[in-house]
Design a protein around this ligand. Structure first.
Ligand SMILES: C[S@@+](CC[C@H](N)C(=O)[O-])C[C@H]1O[C@@H](n2cnc3c(N)ncnc32)[C@H](O)[C@@H]1O
Length: 209
């Protein structure tokens, strides 16, 4: 028990002293994660006026906040999360699993037949601690992201997704090859160097797959 308490204390100390947390607080962002997206979005010129963006796994809302600030009313931004999210001006929020038919129906109502210009996913898998189970579940989640893109992302457009080193990420990158023209790995400065997390930008969804 004492060990767990120490670990929690360590996490809290690291969080409070984290420069990205301080920056997020001073700039009015809800999460330090915003700076991961900002770096990639700027490097790869992901945001354009009038675009339609879907943010999968959006809560607490840092990425959506950034997009709304950058693009204003010209964009259609739809955020989806299992957890509730405080409203953000200019962002449609749908609470639920992005794989659920009810959630997808609500999304399609907002899209009104328009294809998506950019899909972004900062979702993390649920961890049970049993590695083989976790990897299989994570692989399923990533397959759903690809399935989602095949049906709703416009040809020629991009998907940005958070991955964790391991067999599921490996499988995902293999699957991406048949659907997208190219892909690049990104490890933004705000992503902790020791973390297995990295980002993958799948570029130019192929037409007529
Ligand atoms: C790291 S957080 C996202 C942080 C966000 N990018 C930000 O800047 O504030 C990951 C989120 O993914 C959500 N998530 C995980 N699986 C999901 C699913 N199947 N459908 C919708 N949201 C999901 C979690 O509830 C969690 O809030």
């Amino acid at each position: 028990m004492a060990r767990k308490g120490n670990k929690t204390g360590e996490w809290a100390r690291r969080h409070i002293n984290d420069p990205w947390v301080k920056k997020a607080t001073s700039e009015g962002y809800r999460s330090r994660a915003v700076y991961k997206f900002k770096e990639i979005a700027e490097q790869d010129s992901l945001l354009r006026p009038n675009m339609t963006v879907v943010d999968l796994g959006s809560a607490p809302g840092g990425w959506s906040q950034f997009i709304a600030r950058q693009l204003g009313d010209s964009a259609t931004i739809i955020a989806i999360d299992l957890l509730p999210m405080e409203p953000i001006q200019g962002v449609h929020f749908i609470e639920g699993d992005f794989q659920d038919d009810v959630v997808l129906a609500e999304l399609d109502e907002i899209l009104a037949g328009r294809p998506i210009d950019l899909v972004i996913s900062d979702m993390a898998p649920n961890i049970s601690g049993v590695r083989s189970v976790d990897e299989a579940q994570y692989e399923g989640l990533l397959d759903s992201v690809l399935w989602f893109c095949e049906r709703r992302l416009k040809s020629g457009r991009h998907l940005l997704v958070k991955l964790f080193e391991g067999s599921a990420a490996h499988h995902f990158r293999r699957e991406v090859k048949s659907r997208f023209k190219s892909g690049v790995v990104r490890k933004p400065a705000a992503s902790r160097p020791k973390s297995r997390e990295f980002y993958f930008l799948a570029k130019h969804l192929k037409a007529g797959r």
